[in-house]
Design a protein around this ligand. Sequence first.
Ligand SMILES: C[S@@+](CC[C@H](N)C(=O)[O-])C[C@H]1O[C@@H](n2cnc3c(N)ncnc32)[C@H](O)[C@@H]1O
Length: 220
Amino acid sequence: MVPTYSFEEKCIKHYSSNHQILLVGEGNFSFAVSLATAFGNASNMVATSLDSREMLEIKYPTTAADNVALLRDNGCTVLHDVDATTMSRHPSLMHRKFDRIVFNFPHAGFIMREHDSYQISLHKEVVRGFMRNGREMLTSRGEIHVTHKTSHPFSQWGIVELGREVGLVLTEEVNFSIWDYPGYRNKKGSGSNCDDTFPVGQSSTFKFAEQSLPTVFVSF
Ligand SMILES: C[S@@+](CC[C@H](N)C(=O)[O-])C[C@H]1O[C@@H](n2cnc3c(N)ncnc32)[C@H](O)[C@@H]1O
């Protein structure tokens, strides 16, 4: 796949119309729409949900279908049933590389209370699997972005350490403000209130890049 470069670069916060962008774990696809609107075109984007198309419309009945239609009309590839923990083997993704791979507010669903260690381990499995797969899908200038709450108990997930475990290094942590993304409505995504938004509170976008291999000098 040959990357498409627009003549006039348009940017929104960390993202450029010249980046090949993969969005993972979208809720009602409003983050994708926010980027697409800023770029004026979305042919550089692949936006994905774990939810099937049918489930998406049940969970977000007033917004998802319109958002997906707007994205497709603007050239975005929209995929459903994409599991972040296995995505590098997805038939539509396995031959592609991306400059930015983004998962906003990853969450494994509401099984136990948030501070329960089993619940935290479930969240960590999702993030670790996402990072491990994402790492295989990066271009040489590629970055993986995870936006996540930094207060307790979310700080217990150990986002930076999870990246390190799969060969990623933190390059930057930036305070997250939802006002940087007009139209984005972050969603709970599971449970009976899945269509509700939630306060992002203290959150950061954690940026990771592939850990470069140490240089080995061999002398004969
Ligand atoms: C708190 S919601 C956030 C949704 C969306 N990113 C947003 O910011 O509005 C967590 C999301 O993670 C998704 N998710 C959970 N496990 C996942 C997985 N293994 N692969 C992809 N997405 C996953 C859920 O479907 C849900 O949409």
